[in-house]
Design a protein around this ligand. Structure first.
Ligand code: UTP
Length: 622
């Protein structure tokens, strides 16, 4: 380690550099040249207060050095370092104080995009294209969030997406990617080979449990080399409008930090070098998704097909959205200076923006019964090459915002420290007007059922709005599978209405299948023959690839498991006592949290289990 007496890039310490902080000056002798350079950078940026409490050398020396070690980390993990962070913060804080509207001068209009109808010819053709393109895709899962609203003690990725099979979200995602990988390879003559990469962005809060979940489950069948974890760092908190960094209230040798938001994913992908690696491996698409959407992959093939056929360099997945519904709308914003962007606009900003630009009624439904601005579900498909080009220009930086809670209307002090934040979906903000940006609207029941809210908050959601709870997330999986089977010709009984944890939901037959059974609707059609029916109280679990239902009449529970070499046809009348749904109280601590947050548990009384673990053709007829 260099000593303070050495020459430091033109700054001669031995020559008696005097900082503006007497307390720091006294300690120069215990610091290395790099540490002094960091301290100087902080002083230059108006952060003298960070050293005001530093005692004489010999007291807390290790803590002083640890402090500068943390500064080095914060400096290297932000594009442009802490100097840029502080500069950006000052600008954004000044804009916020001045009440500047980020959308001033912009007029919203409906961008171009594709509105899909599940199961029609266009949808199935796009799915076919999407499956073919999957070999050239990389998936990026943002999973660094705290999940405070859900209040689950573990990581959200470990939660069962449904409790009939207890397949957790991460398992569902990985199995879906592997299923697409296989299906995509089958489209290539002689069966091509591909390994679809998966990146998971974690944070200090989620990294270790995510890794443990993967390791404990052998990466759910994926090669461990296919999965890469990138950990996002938190950013420094800010105490005031001058962007003076906040010290941790519990440790005066530590800068207080908070999450920077899922926009970090772009910075991390850029700095990791992965994007160029993917490019060299002929990857064309990067698909971003979130930690708890048990339906997502039902919408992926068709949406990827849209990206490929329309040549979108940014494709935002969206669902129909009622005017004023509490979800962001995808809008094209055109500035008076001619610049344009297609971007997510939060619902509370969209209405005022429309009213301010000549639409007196604000956000209203059009002839379809929905707002013309589709609802953003924050799953993005980016074309890799232009993505790399753009990030090379911005060095991976992403548009940020700040949201200070002011003490009073003078806006001079904050109730508590704030920080800059960024969102994954703001990536298109820096793109030129010529960039091809669009959206794909898929049915909500097909592709969007996140689990974000705890039972108490979900039960207070105004009627007609989505609960986004573990209850609704699980019921949405059954509903989507049943609706797909119905569309494929199966006679599926209507749902009943029930209330769990104060939430009224439709309870459909509990139908689940492993992703390899069907990646697309065409797969479902191929695997369902004539004359099938499923009663409302039934449960159907399909685990395997080559399982065909033909004339199956199910009234009870049927669990079919087959390996990839077994061709199985299931037919005839299956009747048993089945599995029932029992109410449980979310306040009952004797029940595991992952169950009680649903308000129900599956009670297994009787089932028929069929297992085919050898190769060959099999037919089951009771
Ligand atoms: P959410 O908006 O659901 O936030 O994030 P959250 O932090 O998970 O939950 P709350 O707000 O505390 O209740 C959407 C997605 O972005 C990820 C989350 O893991 C989730 O998949 N995320 C969020 C990150 O990866 N990093 C962040 O800093 C924030």
């Amino acid at each position: 380690m260099e000593s303070a007496g050495e020459n430091l890039g033109g700054l001669s310490i031995a020559g008696g550099w005097i900082s503006s902080s007497p307390n720091l000056d006294k300690n120069l002798g215990i610091l290395s040249a790099e540490e002094i350079a960091l301290a100087k950078m902080l002083l230059d940026k108006g952060q003298k207060h960070l050293f005001d409490h530093w005692p004489e050398p010999g007291v807390d020396d290790t803590r002083k050095k640890n402090f500068l070690h943390q500064v080095a980390r914060l400096n290297s993990s932000y594009p442009g370092g802490l100097v840029s962070y502080i500069q950006n913060a000052r600008k954004l804080l000044a804009d916020s104080k001045a009440g500047k509207n980020p959308y001033d001068g912009f007029t919203p209009s409906v961008p171009s995009g594709e509105i899909l109808t599940f199961g029609d010819e266009k949808f199935t053709l796009l799915e076919e294209t999407g499956v073919r393109e999957s070999r050239k895709a990389a998936f990026v899962l943002v999973a660094g969030g705290l999940g405070e609203r859900l209040g689950y003690k573990g990581i959200k990725l470990a939660l069962p997406s449904e409790t009939t099979t207890n397949r957790c979200f991460l398992q569902y995602y990985i199995e879906s990617i592997l299923a697409l990988q296989e299906a995509s390879c089958r489209t290539v003559q002689g069966h091509g080979e591909a390994e679809i990469p998966l990146v998971i962005m974690t944070s200090d809060d989620t990294h270790a449990p995510t890794l443990s979940l993967l390791e404990a489950n052998y990466y759910f069948g994926m090669k461990s080399s296919q999965v890469k974890l990138l950990k996002q760092e938190k950013v420094a908190c800010l105490n005031d409008n001058d962007a003076r960094l906040a010290l941790d209230p519990n440790d005066s040798y530590k800068i207080q930090t908070k999450p920077h938001g899922h926009g970090d994913v772009h910075t991390l992908l850029f700095s990791s070098g992965l994007l160029n690696l993917w490019h060299r491996a002929d990857i064309r698409w990067v698909l971003f998704f979130q930690d708890t959407n048990g339906l997502l992959f039902k919408g992926i093939p068709a949406s990827l097909g849209v990206s490929a056929t329309r040549g979108y360099q940014v494709n935002s997945l969206a669902v129909p959205r009622k005017a004023k519904e509490a979800m962001g709308g995808i809008a094209q914003l055109t500035h008076t200076d001619g610049t344009k962007m297609v971007i997510n606009v939060e619902y509370n900003q969209l209405g005022p923006l429309l009213r301010a630009t000549g639409h007196a009624d604000g956000d209203v439904n059009c002839e379809t019964g929905f707002s013309p601005f589709p609802g953003n579900i924050n799953q993005l498909i980016l074309e890799l090459e232009p993505y790399i080009q753009e990030l090379s220009k911005t060095r991976g930086a992403i548009a940020e915002f700040v949201n200070p809670k002011y003490k009073d209307s003078s806006k001079t002090s904050f109730k508590s420290s704030t920080r800059l934040e960024c969102m994954m979906q703001d990536y298109p903000k820096s793109l030129p007007a010529s960039a091809k940006i669009g959206f794909t609207v898929v049915d909500k029941w097909l592709a969007y059922a996140p689990v974000k809210n705890n039972p108490e908050d979900a039960s207070k959601v105004p009627k007609g709005n989505p609960y986004h709870s573990a209850t609704s997330g699980e019921m949405a999986v059954y509903r989507a599978n049943c609706l797909m089977l119905k569309k494929a010709g199966v006679l599926v009984a209507d749902p009943i209405i029930d209330i769990f944890n104060g939430q009224e939901v439709e309870v459909w037959p509990r139908v689940t299948w492993s992703p390899k059974w069907a990646s697309t609707f065409t797969d479902v059609i191929w695997k369902v023959g004539k004359g099938c029916s499923i009663s409302q109280r039934s449960t159907l679990v399909i685990n395997g690839q080559n399982i065909v239902l033909d004339g199956l009449r199910l009234d009870g529970t049927l669990v079919i498991t087959a390996n990839d070499q077994a061709d199985v046809k299931v037919t005839g009348h299956v009747q048993n006592k089945g599995w029932t749904i029992e109410h449980v109280d979310y306040k009952d601590n004797s029940i595991p949290q992952e169950i009680r947050i649903r308000g129900f548990k599956i009670y297994k009384i009787e089932q028929l289990e069929l297992n085919y673990m050898e190769s060959g053709k099999f037919q089951f007829k009771p």
